[in-house]
Write a protein that binds this ligand. Structure first.
Ligand SMILES: [Cu+2]
Length: 547
C-alpha cells in the first residue's frame, strides 16, 4: 500500500512537470506493433565501454519517465542490453542530466547524510539525483563498482565512472541495472530507468539453448502521476501492454520454432505468473535459469512466477501455423494491504513463416568486432562450463556457520496515516532504514549462513539482497525439491490471526570477495524507498567487529 503523503506530493510534482519539461526521453514504440529487442552493446576484447545519460520527460499521456540513454551515431537509444563475458570489464560513464522543475523532494523528507561517506557528488539526494545498481552481479560493494549506499550523482556534474570486472566464475545469465538512490528508486524505475545485462555463455552451461533465436523482454510498469489507486500499466520493451483497451504488442515466431526468452521483471511492484497459451491452454515452458543462475537441470513448467526484480529464462515453442498464441501474466494476490496485480496479456504471438529473424539490433560501433549474440548456430561449438565451476556452487553440502531470522512487518501510523514498512533482524527493534545507521547484520568473508525470512504483514513482500545469490532450502518449513540460486524471492502475506506466517529458509554464501557494506530489502520499490531495508557489513576474515 502507498502512503497518503506520497500521493499528495506526487500531484504537486506533476503540476510542475506537466507544463514545462521538454521530452528528453526517446519516443516509445506505438501500441500494437512488433516488439523489438533492446539494442545490444557487446564487450569487445574483454571490455565494454558505454556512455549513459540519465534524463527525464513527461509524455503526452502524462506519464513521468526517467530514461537511461545510450549515445549512438543515430541519436540516443534507451536502456540497451549490456552483453559481457565472464571476466570482462564493464566501464560505464554515467552523467545525470535530469531537468527538474520545482519540488524534487518527491515527498521524501531530506535525509540525514551526516557521517555517510560520499562516492561521486556531494549534496542531498533528491529526485534529480541518481546512481546505478547492477542487480544480481556478484561484484564488490565499493565506490565505482556496485555501491548504492554512498554513490550519488547530481544533475549537471561531470560523468561518473563505474569500472568493474565481471567475476571469472559469474554465472552466465540475465542480470539488470537500475538507479538506486534511497527514497527515489520507485520514481526513477517507474516506466523507465532500467535495462538488461547479460553474462554470455548460457549455451556453455545449458546446451538446450544452443542455436535458438534469443529474445530479451524487459517488462516495466508505470503509473500516472498523480497516482490513482489500482493496478499500474505494464509495458514490454517500452510498448504499452494494455490489451484490450490498446492493441496488443506482437511477438513474431515461425511455426513450431523454439526461441530462448530472457525476461526481466523490471516492474516497480508486479508479481508476474508468466504463461504462454495456445490451443486454449498454457504450454510447457522449458525453464533454463532464474535470477541469472542456470538451473542444475532444466524443468518444464506451465507457469513461471517472477517476482519484482526477478528474471526468468526459458525456451518457448511456437504452435503450428494459423494458431493464436499469447504471452500473459496472470493475476496474483498480494493480500489485504497489497496492491492488486491483475491479469494482463503482455503480447500476442504472431506465428508466420515470414517472421523477422533479426530481432536483436546491435550497437553499430561495437558490433563490428563483436560476435553476434542473438544467433549462435554457425559458431564453433563452445567449450562447456560446468555448474560446479560457478560462483556459489557446492553450497548445498556446506555446514552453515550461523543461523538468523529476519521478518517483514507493517505498522499503521494513525487512523489514516501512512503505513510504516519494516524489515527486522529478529531480536532487534523495528525501525526504518536511515543512511547513517549501523549495519543490522555483521558477518565475515567465508561465512555460510542459513536465514529464515518470515512475512508478518498482510501484504506480500519481495526479499532481495545485493552482491550475492542465496540457495533456496525451504518454503513454509518444508524442504524444496529445486534448490535454486536466487537473488530475489517472494514471501506471501499473512492470512491473519490463526494462520502461520509464510517463510523461506535460504543459505547465504559470503565466501566471495565482497567485503564491505551493502543492503537487503523488499524489492517492491515503494517499500524500499520508505525504509524496508537495512545494511549488512561483511568484514574480512578474522577482522574484529567494530560495532
Ligand atoms: Cu515489500
Amino acid at each position: 500500500m502507498r502512503s497518503v503523503c506520497r500521493y499528495s506530493l506526487a500531484i504537486l510534482l506533476c503540476g510542475f512537470s506537466f507544463l514545462r519539461l521538454e521530452a528528453q526521453c526517446p519516443k516509445r514504440p506505438d501500441a500494437g506493433t512488433v516488439v523489438k529487442d533492446p539494442l545490444a552493446v557487446n564487450s569487445v576484447n574483454g571490455v565494454l565501454t558505454a556512455d549513459f545519460t540519465m534524463r527525464h520527460s513527461v509524455d503526452n499521456g502524462g506519464y513521468n519517465h526517467y530514461c537511461i540513454n545510450y549515445d549512438t551515431d543515430k541519436g540516443e537509444v534507451e536502456a540497451p542490453t549490456l552483453r559481457l563475458h565472464q571476466g570482462d570489464r564493464l566501464i560505464l560513464n554515467l552523467k545525470d542530466r535530469i531537468e527538474s522543475d520545482g519540488d524534487d523532494s518527491a515527498g521524501m523528507e531530506a535525509m540525514d547524510m551526516s557521517n555517510t561517506p560520499t562516492c561521486g557528488d556531494t549534496g542531498t539526494p533528491t529526485l534529480s539525483s541518481t546512481n546505478m545498481h547492477f542487480h544480481g552481479l556478484n561484484v564488490p560493494p565499493s565506490c565505482h563498482q556496485d555501491d548504492v549506499l554512498t554513490t550519488l550523482l547530481q544533475p549537471g556534474k561531470p560523468p561518473f565512472q563505474f569500472n568493474m570486472q565481471i567475476p571469472k566464475d559469474e554465472p552466465p545469465g540475465l542480470y539488470w541495472y537500475h538507479p538506486h538512490v534511497h527514497g527515489f528508486v520507485e520514481f526513477q524505475v517507474n516506466g523507465g530507468a532500467a535495462g538488461a545485462l547479460i553474462v554470455e555463455g548460457m549455451d556453455k552451461v545449458r546446451p538446450e539453448v544452443t542455436g535458438l533465436t534469443e529474445r530479451v523482454f524487459v517488462i516495466r510498469q508505470q503509473y500516472l502521476v498523480p497516482w490513482v489507486p489500482g493496478p499500474y500499466q505494464l509495458t514490454i520493451n517500452y510498448q504499452d501492454a494494455a490489451s484490450p483497451s490498446l492493441p496488443s504488442p506482437v511477438i513474431n515466431m515461425k511455426p513450431n520454432e523454439k526461441q530462448f526468452w530472457r525476461v526481466v521483471n523490471a516492474t516497480i511492484q508486479d508479481f508476474m505468473p508468466l504463461q504462454v497459451w495456445f490451443n486454449g491452454k498454457p504450454q510447457p515452458l522449458q525453464l533454463i535459469a532464474l535470477d541469472g543462475y542456470p538451473l542444475a537441470k532444466p524443468r518444464n513448467q506451465d507457469t513461471v512466477l517472477v517476482p519484482p526484480a526477478g528474471r526468468a529464462e526459458f525456451i518457448v515453442q511456437a504452435p503450428p501455423q494459423n494458431n493464436e498464441a499469447i504471452f500473459i501474466s496472470l493475476g496474483y494476490s498480494t493480500g489485504p494491504t497489497g496492491n492488486p496485480d491483475l491479469e494482463q496479456q503482455l503480447a500476442r504471438i504472431d506465428v508466420s513463416n515470414d517472421a523477422d529473424e533479426a530481432s536483436t539490433p546491435q550497437a553499430p560501433v561495437q558490433a563490428k568486432e563483436a560476435p553476434q549474440a542473438a544467433k549462435s548456430d554457425d559458431a564453433e561449438p563452445a567449450p562447456s562450463i560446468t555448474i560446479s565451476s560457478l560462483k556459489f556452487s557446492g553450497l548445498r553440502n556446506l555446514k552453515p556457520t550461523a543461523q538468523r531470522k529476519v521478518y517483514f512487518s507493517e505498522e499503521f501510523g494513525g487512523t489514516n496515516g501512512p503505513i510504516q514498512f519494516y524489515i527486522t533482524v529478529d531480536g532487534q527493534k523495528q525501525k526504518i532504514f536511515e543512511p547513517n545507521e549501523k549495519p543490522a547484520i555483521t558477518t565475515h568473508i567465508g561465512a555460510v549462513e542459513d536465514w529464515t525470512i518470515e512475512n508478518h504483514a498482510l501484504e506480500t513482500h519481495d526479499f532481495h539482497i545485493h552482491q550475492i545469490h542465496f540457495m533456496l532450502l525451504e518454503v513454509d518449513g518444508k524442504p524444496v525439491k529445486d534448490q535454486d540460486l536466487r537473488d530475489t524471492y517472494e514471501i506471501p502475506f499473512w492470512e491473519g490471526p490463526g494462520h502461520p506466517y509464510h517463510s523461506i529458509k535460504a543459505r547465504f554464501d559470503f565466501r566471495g570477495a565482497i567485503a564491505g557494506t551493502f543492503v537487503f530489502h523488499c524489492h517492491i520499490l515503494l517499500h524500499e524507498d520508505m525504509g524496508m531495508m537495512h545494511k549488512i557489513l561483511v568484514l574480512p576474515k578474522d577482522a574484529p567487529d567494530p560495532n
